[in-house]
Design a protein around this ligand. Sequence first.
Ligand code: COA
Length: 275
Amino acid sequence: MNITSYFSKDLFQGKTVFITGGSSGINLGIARNFAAVGANLGICGRAQDKLDAASAELRELGARVSAHSADVRDYAALDRAMQRLKEELGPIHTLVCGAAGNFPCPAEQISPNGFKSVIDIDLMGTFHACRAAFEQLKETGGNILFISAGQAFMPYAFQAHVGAAKAGIDQMMRNLALEWGRFGIRCNSIAPGPIEGTEGVRRLVPEGSADKLKKMIPLGRFGTPDDIGQLSVFLASPLASYITGTLVVADGGQNLPGSGAWTHLIMAEMAKAKG
Ligand code: COA
């Protein structure tokens, strides 16, 4: 697979990027875009077969890859994966906290353990990754990208667990930007909208309704993994060297208040009035 990158091909030459959940979906898209600018890559996830397939793909793009299975809920496993990455490819310059879990469920039906599973993967997993990577990031004067979601700032029905986890992630991002600026570490969040071909879309967009939903997004389409990958490269690069503590929303306008069904109802009404 070829990546059209608008950045210089050696922008991340000699730099190491670690991506939790990097073997699929948006996170693999981010990994591909870092590979296209010369980065060494570390990825972790739960399934070894997915890690193997992703590593092969990233090596084809020219990247050196260190892939070790680790569940972000297991601090010791994550810490081991990062230590091995450092030995194999050098200290982490950019950490991407991407691992996430989601399913739609009414708040009155979700079990405490179901709620906790999402908090554990998203919020605790993100803290574990930041905590384990800290010494390496301090060494490189690196940065952290937190993968958030619109649910962090916009209430979505049947997503109370995800909203709580992602809002927590964004506030942690701001706290760490404040605390770790003194070590030269930048922290920023990205909130992707629905991204084509991902597990998130498979779980959250009811079958047969993708076209209807796209009409409610101001830019009229779902995003691509490259949309998020290019933004990630930008935020992690010297192009963004004075940006920290910021949430960048990359959702085609989906979470703008007022987007959605009303726009289309009123447009239809205006067209009718014009005759
Ligand atoms: N609706 C309601 N509850 C659900 C659920 C659903 N669709 N799926 C899982 N749960 C509940 C389970 O019932 C269980 O609670 P219980 O013990 O009270 O019955 C709890 O969540 C944990 O489920 P389990 O399958 O044991 O957890 P896991 O650790 O194997 O998986 C999940 C974690 C549930 C988040 C799983 O969906 C996952 O692995 N997701 C990763 C991929 C993903 O979600 N990608 C999209 C990211 S946007």
